[in-house]
Design a protein around this ligand. Structure first.
Ligand code: M6R
Length: 611
């Protein structure tokens, strides 16, 4: 979602802010702006649209100065417009604020401020924060106190960056429920909502926790709490390379990340499956065998693609671990009254570790006494820090909004967790595990094999390019896979599609099948093959065109399907990770063929940090 960058040093701030914001473009945004201290005043330039529009606006009107804040906005309160863009200022433009998150009580605060004569320029919730800082600053004369008082008034989530004309040597940042980091430089320091924004300048960062305030000058960073007590923070060293966040010759991040999957899967898998041990090594899962044996119910909670990976986990844990599992989207889970106690395990799946609903679900479960296991990609994220147990998916930075390699590694995590639970509770023998481990080791190469069929998938995408409605159908694990395929097509190709349990079609949706409707049939599950093929015949009889994804050797599918993509044979548990790869490529080529910018799909953001 929104991106924040702040700089204080001896260089020109403006290019550093713009450059940092460019590195955050992948998060999704609709407007951008910067505020820079110059000549004893704060100069703000902001505009609706992409960063190029901001750069155009700055041409000939460059903001010179070495302290500033920048922002890319993903609209929540008020449409994308110049005036609603951040930074927002107080009435005298002596204070500028950028904000990620949502100020839930902004209307009450706005009315209160308006009653005192404050005139609002924008429709945003953020402007309230600018005026509040101004109000308290005028009352107490201390910018830090003013920010702390403002934090005390705001309900909701925020990552704030604040600069003030009276303090040209100071950058203040604060967070609650929205990610914020501080980068340590030499004679310069940085603030950002995500690592890529500042990675070319520093690898040493502080990860701010909720209710912490960073008081940043050129030569010093102090992290304090709301009582102004200093908080000792460890420096987190970023180990991944700048190149990992670059396109590396690929046309899009999404394509690069699709092709990175063999490596991402290897990196997630291999350290956990040492050949010399007959167990899965999950260092950050502290749940003992005794505790695991007491678990009588598991919830898997996540959003979007991460939820679909979680659905695979549900099927597997129930089948091999024999513990009842409910998989649910976090936005629903958090607002109903799920039954949880100390014998409940909540597994959260999240690439970013910051998704607002997933974080809220975690906090809710912890309150109810449940044990929380996070499956997270971003190191040091909120879920990574707050979960009781942790399994990192080592996918590396995922920049494209459409999740690909993160999904594959999340599915790997589900394999590891399911096998771990089954072994610890005596439902899977060592011999069975060794067989599975052997097969798991072959998965990265099998993904490579599928990627070699990219050209064929492009041909199919070109062929079906005019489809307006697409059905994805499958049974069992294939049904879970079909949901991810359908989401990918919707989010980047903007083609309406529906995933359906193949056996459920004739209870209604089959009425939508007409001549030429594209049905993508996932038939990778050996034991359900015949059943799904029967369902495919039913839609074929009603005029559908069928593109099937099947395991090698199942050539009889060619009698039913118009086109087929084969994936290498594997154990039934591991078909989802393979069957999904053609879906990713198909969606990618449909989207590019239709002329869409797949890395920045409309209306979407990489990390959904608001409800
Ligand atoms: O960071 P998370 O894994 O928690 O994000 C969850 C979803 O927002 C995310 O998977 C989303 O559905 C992707 N855009 C799908 O490609």
């Amino acid at each position: 979602m929104c991106g924040i960058v702040g700089y204080i040093g001896n260089k020109e701030a403006s290019p550093i802010l713009i450059d940092g914001l460019k590195k955050l473009e992948y998060r999704g945004y609709d407007s951008a702006g910067i505020a820079v201290y110059h000549n004893e005043s704060l100069q703000i330039t902001k505009t609706k649209g992409r960063l190029v529009a901001l750069e155009e606006k700055l041409q000939g009107n460059e903001l010179t100065g070495s302290v500033g804040i920048g922002h890319t906005r993903w609209a929540t309160h008020g449409a994308p417009s110049d005036v609603n863009s951040h930074p927002h200022g107080n009435s005298t433009q002596t204070i500028a604020v950028v904000h990620n998150g949502i100020i839930e009580n902004y209307l009450t605060l706005k009315e209160e401020l308006q009653a005192d004569g404050v005139v609002f320029l924008s429709e945003t919730d953020t402007e309230v924060a600018a005026h509040l800082v101004d109000l308290y600053y005028n009352q107490c004369g201390d910018l830090i106190d003013a920010v702390i008082k403002t934090m005390g008034r705001i309900e909701g989530s925020y990552a704030l960056g604040v600069v003030c004309r009276d303090h040209p040597d100071l950058l203040v940042a604060a967070r609650k429920d929205s990610p914020l980091i501080v980068g340590l430089g030499k004679g310069e320091n940085f603030v950002a909502s995500d690592i890529p924004a500042i990675l070319q300048y520093t690898r040493d960062i502080y990860l701010l926790d909720d209710h912490e305030i960073a008081v940043v000058t050129r030569d010093d960073i102090k992290i304090i709490n709301r009582n102004k007590e200093e908080v000792k923070k460890e420096i987190y060293k970023v180990t991944w390379d700048v190149a990992a966040a670059e396109k590396g010759g690929y046309e899009h991040f999404m394509l690069k990340e699709i092709f990175e999957q063999p490596k991402a899967v290897r990196d997630t898998l291999l350290p956990r499956l040492p050949q010399n041990k007959e167990e899965i090594v999950l260092d950050d899962i502290k749940l003992s065998q005794k505790e695991l044996e007491k678990i009588n119910k598991i919830y898997i909670v996540a959003c979007g693609t991460a939820y679909y990976a979680g659905l695979i986990g549900k099927y597997l844990i129930e089948r091999v671990g024999r513990i009842p599992v409910v998989a649910e989207v976090a936005s629903e889970f958090r607002y109903r009254d799920p039954i949880m106690d100390e014998n409940t395990l909540l597994i959260l799946v999240s690439q970013s570790g910051e998704t607002a609903d997933t974080v809220a679900a975690m906090r809710r479960a912890k309150k109810a006494g449940a044990r929380v296991l996070g499956v997270v990609n971003v190191v040091g994220s909120t879920i990574a820090r707050e979960a009781d147990d942790l399994l990192y998916t080592w996918a590396g930075p995922e920049i494209a909004v459409a999740s690909t390699k993160a999904y594959s590694t999340q599915v790997v995590a589900m394999y590891l967790i399911a096998c771990h639970i089954a072994m610890e509770t005596g439902k899977m023998s060592t011999a069975e595990f060794i067989e599975l481990r052997k097969e798991l080791h072959t998965i990265p190469d099998k993904i490579d094999e599928i990627l070699k069929q990219a050209d064929k998938l492009k041909e199919y995408a070109d062929h079906y390019m005019s489809s307006k409605n697409v059905f994805y159908i499958g049974r069992g694990l294939d049904f879970a896979v079909s949901m991810e395929g359908s989401l990918k097509l919707k989010e980047i190709a903007y083609v309406h599609s529906e995933p359906y349990a193949a056996g459920e079609l004739k209870h209604g949706p089959i009425a939508l099948i007409e001549d030429g409707t594209l049905v993508i049939g996932i038939v990778s599950q050996e034991e359900l093959f015949d059943k799904t093929v029967s369902n495919l015949r039913e839609v074929k009889a009603r005029g559908a065109k069928i593109l099937a994804i099947a395991q090698e050797g199942h050539t009889e599918i060619e009698k039913t399907a118009d086109d087929v993509i084969y994936v290498p044979r594997t154990h039934w548990m591991f078909t989802p990770i393979l069957a999904n790869i053609p879906q990713q490529l198909f969606a990618y080529y449909m989207a590019t063929g239709l002329g869409h910018d797949v890395d920045k799909p409309r209306n979407l953001a990489k990390s959904v940090t608001v409800e």
